[in-house]
Design a protein around this ligand. Sequence first.
Ligand code: B12
Ligand code: SF4
Length: 463
Amino acid sequence: MRLYLINPSNPLVAITNVEESRWNRYRVWKPLGLMVLAGLTPPEWDISIMDENLGVPYYSAMPRPDLVGITAFTSQANRAYEVAAYFRGLGAPVVMGGIHATMCLEEAMERVDAVVTGEAESVWRQVLEDVRHGSLKRRYDGGLAEISDVPSARHDLLATGYAFGAIQTTRGCPLNCTFCSVTAFNGARYRQRPIPDVIRDFQLIREKHVLVVDDNLIGTRPEHITRAKDLFRAMAQTNLRKEWVAQATINFADDVELLSLAAKAGCRGVFIGFESLSPEGLREIGKKFNILKGRDFRTSVQRIQRHKILVVGSFIIGLDIDRPGIGKRIASVACRYGVDNLNTLFLTPLPGTRLWDQMKSEGRIALNRFPEDWKYYTLTFPVARYKHLSLAGAIHEMIACDRGFYSTLRILRRVFSSLWQRRKPLINLVGNLSYRRNLQLNRKSYADFRLYSDNRRNPAGGS
Ligand code: B12
Ligand code: SF4
């Protein structure tokens, strides 16, 4: 039995445009969900994982599969449906799963043969059995998996073409920020994989560099932190020889022992969501957690960097409290915090989130012809109506933010400061240049987006 597992491309996401900037090679990440699905698949299935972000395969030259499984983030949905239509045209059944199909179940069901909602561990074998017996159902609901049932991913099936391997050590997030899909999809109960499972998975990864995909690597409660420390100790003891990057909340900086263990275990970079400059903004998006304990973010960032861990700070533009000038302010505050890279995104109502419900009820979802418009739900385009920023204003703020943070002078300052602190200045320089190069690519995308958006808002083409 032949199984194709496909990660659809998203041509609008700059990170996939490797030809346009070769640094982007370091930003094409493995579709771990498909590798986990392969790990759940019995040996009688011959599995090929195809990641269109590495180049679209010549499907017509390939043998007809017995089953096609497609994953998709929201921004990939359109391409997912195109791929589904092609294989259904050949008579091969198509199953779709992952975050978008779960959040937009009806839309997906109209375009594929079956949809798996939620995490797939408890239902995937049943799907395969049903395909074998020609009795595929329209819907399977996996809900939340038992964390010890998560198998090792099939790292052998996607062994080349990427700079980083991928692994997951926890699922879920206790915080439930209004704009984030994670709690809606993976639940608020923070589930940590058994440490031996994580170590075994790490040992199967061939790449030296690894992305730990957890949304919140360390968690928030004392028992989460204790388990994180145990994991880092076990990783250091096993001498994995891996260098990894991860996402964490700012409390990562609160515990020096945790930082030291993470560094010993191979942590080299951390992505932290600061989101807003003000307590009102954080309250608005449900991330009060950041302001608890009255942390000084500059001190927090420095404490992390002292362990030779790079910090990428993330902020959002488009909150109700954001007014003209927000872009420049974010750039200078991020410089003051001392983050190594800045990643600023537009507030985006993703389906299934609390923000989606709120903006929909207020009629503020500007790009709302679906599925076509999903391609702009990359968080890099202003798809909603913001309280104090027009469409052009929001784009202007984003450009001002990026220009401010990635000015030549500020890049040089950051590189010299990392040289001074003996914190890998070359990586710092490469990271900064890679972001800066993408800003140039983004300008062109913004122009295309404005045209598209104007036509949408004003379909007759009149004034
Ligand atoms: C790693 C990651 C990335 C990587 C991508 C790696 C990749 N190629 O998959 C990078 C950094 C590139 C990235 C980029 C983006 N990401 Co991202 N990302 C994640 C993250 C943190 C982990 C994904 C992961 O590997 N999970 C682990 C695997 C095991 O879980 P899984 O994929 O969900 O798979 C399970 C089930 O869903 C199911 N399943 C999945 N696919 C299928 C298919 C079939 C057939 C079946 C049966 C089952 C099934 O089975 C699996 C096992 O249970 C998630 C958060 C999350 N918790 O998922 C956000 C997340 C998916 N990303 C998100 C977003 C918004 C983006 C961006 C748009 C934002 C941006 N500008 O950076 C871009 C868009 C990229 C694109 N191509 O369009 C949102 C998506 C929301 C949505 N509705 O689409 C998430 C949920 C985060 C959030 N805060 O809301 N991301
Ligand atoms: S802390 Fe991060 S992962 Fe958790 S709900 Fe907020 S944005 Fe999502």
